[in-house]
Design a protein around this ligand. Structure first.
Ligand SMILES: [Zn+2]
Length: 419
C-alpha cells in the first residue's frame, strides 16, 4: 500500500521554492521589479506554497479561483473543480502603480525578507464581508449574531477586514524560507521529506495531529488512539505567528520533545512544524488542514472538539461534520473523528464521552481559566498528573515565571482549547 496522493488532479507535489542558481538569478531579477510589502500571514502562505504544502495552487489566488473558493469551495482556474475551502490571497491598499501582467517582488514587511516574485494576473476589489460570512460563519451561538461580534471577537474576520482593500493574484516563485530551518532544524520539513520518512518506515496510513498548543493528556490520548488503528502519527505543530497570549513555538517545541521523549513510541511517531498562520476558520480550516496534511502524505486528520475554532462561532463538532458534506473525490484524506477525552477515575484511565459511562465528578477536567491561574501562581504541582505530564508542566512553569509571559498569560486565547 502506498501513501495517499497529493491533492489536486495532477496527484503530484508542486513546490514553488526555487533553489541554487535559479534562485540566485530570480533574486537578481527581483531588483528590477516593483516592491510590494506583504504581511506575515502572506509570508506564511508563501512558505506553504514554496514547500508544496498548498499543492495544487501556483501562487496567490486570482479572482476566478477566489470566487470559486468563497462560493462553492472549488478552484475554477488553476485546477478547475478541485476542492479548496479558504482563500489564499495577497492584499494591498495601493494598486495605482501596478497592472495585470506586471512582475512584482514581495517583501515581508516585518522582517524585510524577499519572499517571492509574482506575475500579476488579476487585481480586484473583493467583497470582504461576503468572504467573512462564507468562510467564518458557523453554527455556534456567536454566528447567529455574526456581525454584532465578529469584528470584535473573530481574529480571522479582523485579519480579512484589516487587510488591504484590493487583492492581487498570480503565480509566484518562492525565494525564502525565513529562519525556520535554523530555528526548528529537521522538524521544519517539506511534504516530500515527510513522505520520504513515512515510506522508509513502510507506513501507508498516517494520522496528522494538528496543534497550536502544548499537548496535555487528552490530546496525547487522541494521538494514541490514532496510533492504535493506523501505522503512525504525524504530530504537526503550527509555528507561524499566533494570537497574543498563545504559547510561542519555541516553548511548545520543548514541551513536545519532553512529551515524546518520555511517553511516545518514536518508531510510530514523527514530529514536524509548519509556518502557516491560523485563520480560526473552524470547519473550513479543518478542511484546509486536511488538504495540506494529505500533501504531507497523511491519510487521516485527527479532528476533536472545536477544531480551529474561536469563541463560540462554531458548533463543537462542526469541523468533523463538514467532512461528511464533501462530494465524492473532493479529498482523499479522511477525518478521524474523536469525541472529548479526559482521565476518568472510575474507568481508571483515559476515556471519552463515547466510552465512559460515569459522572462529571469522576473525570479530571481542568478548565483553561483554572489552569492559567494555577500556572500563574507558580504551582504546577497543583495540576493533576492525570491532566498533564509533569515534564510538560515543568517547561510551562518556567515559561510562566517569565515576567513577559506573565503579562500575556491573562489574555484570552492561551490554552483556549482546554475550555
Ligand atoms: Zn469513566
Amino acid at each position: 500500500m502506498a501513501l495517499v496522493n497529493p491533492h489536486g488532479s495532477k496527484k503530484e507535489l508542486m513546490p514553488l521554492l526555487l533553489k541554487g542558481a535559479e534562485r540566485d538569478e530570480e533574486i537578481k531579477r527581483a531588483e528590477g521589479m516593483k516592491r510590494l510589502d506583504i504581511t506575515s500571514k502572506e509570508s506564511g502562505d508563501i512558505l506553504m506554497l514554496g514547500m508544496g504544502a498548498f499543492t495544487p495552487l501556483n501562487g496567490f489566488m486570482v479572482k476566478e479561483d477566489y470566487d470559486g473558493v468563497v462560493e462553492d469551495m472549488k478552484l475554477r482556474k488553476v485546477d478547475p473543480g478541485t476542492m479548496w475551502p479558504l482563500p489564499v490571497t495577497l492584499a494591498q491598499d495601493d494598486v495605482s502603480g501596478i497592472s495585470e501582467g506586471d512582475e512584482v517582488a514581495l517583501y515581508d514587511k516585518e522582517t524585510g525578507d524577499l519572499m517571492a516574485t509574482m506575475k500579476i494576473e488579476s487585481i480586484w476589489e473583493p467583497d470582504k464581508r461576503k468572504e467573512c460570512e462564507m468562510c467564518f460563519k458557523g453554527a455556534g451561538p456567536d454566528s447567529e449574531r455574526f456581525w454584532e461580534v465578529a469584528e470584535e471577537d473573530h481574529p480571522g474576520v479582523q485579519q480579512v477586514l484589516g487587510s488591504g482593500k484590493y487583492y492581487i493574484g498570480g503565480p509566484i516563485k518562492a525565494l525564502s524560507e525565513k529562519d525556520f530551518k535554523q530555528k526548528y532544524g529537521d522538524a521544519y520539513m517539506h511534504p516530500a521529506v515527510a513522505r520520504g520518512i513515512f515510506e522508509d518506515r513502510g507506513w501507508s496510513t498516517v494520522a496528522a495531529f494538528q496543534t497550536r498548543n502544548p499537548i496535555h493528556r487528552s490530546h496525547e490520548f487522541l494521538t494514541k488512539i490514532a496510533q492504535e488503528v493506523l501505522d503512525g502519527v504525524f504530530i504537526h505543530a503550527l509555528v507561524g505567528k499566533l494570537k497574543e497570549g498563545d504559547i510561542p513555538g519555541e516553548v511548545r517545541m520543548k514541551c513536545y520533545k519532553a512529551l515524546l521523549d518520555n511517553y511516545y513510541n518514536m518508531e510510530r511517531t514523527v514530529l514536524g512544524v509548519y509556518p502557516l498562520e491560523m485563520r480560526y476558520g473552524g470547519p473550513k480550516e479543518a478542511l484546509l488542514h486536511g488538504i495540506f496534511r494529505q500533501n504531507f502524505g497523511c491519510s487521516h486528520l485527527i479532528v476533536g472538539r472545536d477544531h480551529a475554532g474561536v469563541g463560540d462561532f462554531y458548533g463543537l463538532f462542526e469541523a468533523q461534520e463538514i467532512f461528511d458534506t464533501l462530494w465524492d473525490g473532493a479529498l482523499e484524506l479522511q477525518c478521524l473523528k474523536i469525541d472529548w477525552t479526559f482521565w476518568c477515575h472510575k474507568c481508571g484511565g483515559m476515556a471519552s464521552l463515547k466510552t465512559c459511562p460515569h459522572d462529571k465528578e469522576d473525570r479530571v477536567v481542568v478548565s483553561g481559566t483554572k489552569f492559567r491561574r494555577i500556572m500563574s501562581e507558580g504551582k504546577p504541582e497543583d495540576v493533576p498528573p492525570e491532566f498533564s505530564r509533569p515534564e510538560v508542566l515543568a517547561i510551562l512553569a518556567e515559561y510562566y515565571s517569565d515576567p513577559e509571559a506573565r503579562k500575556a498569560k491573562v489574555k484570552k486565547g492561551a490554552f483556549e482549547d482546554l475550555k
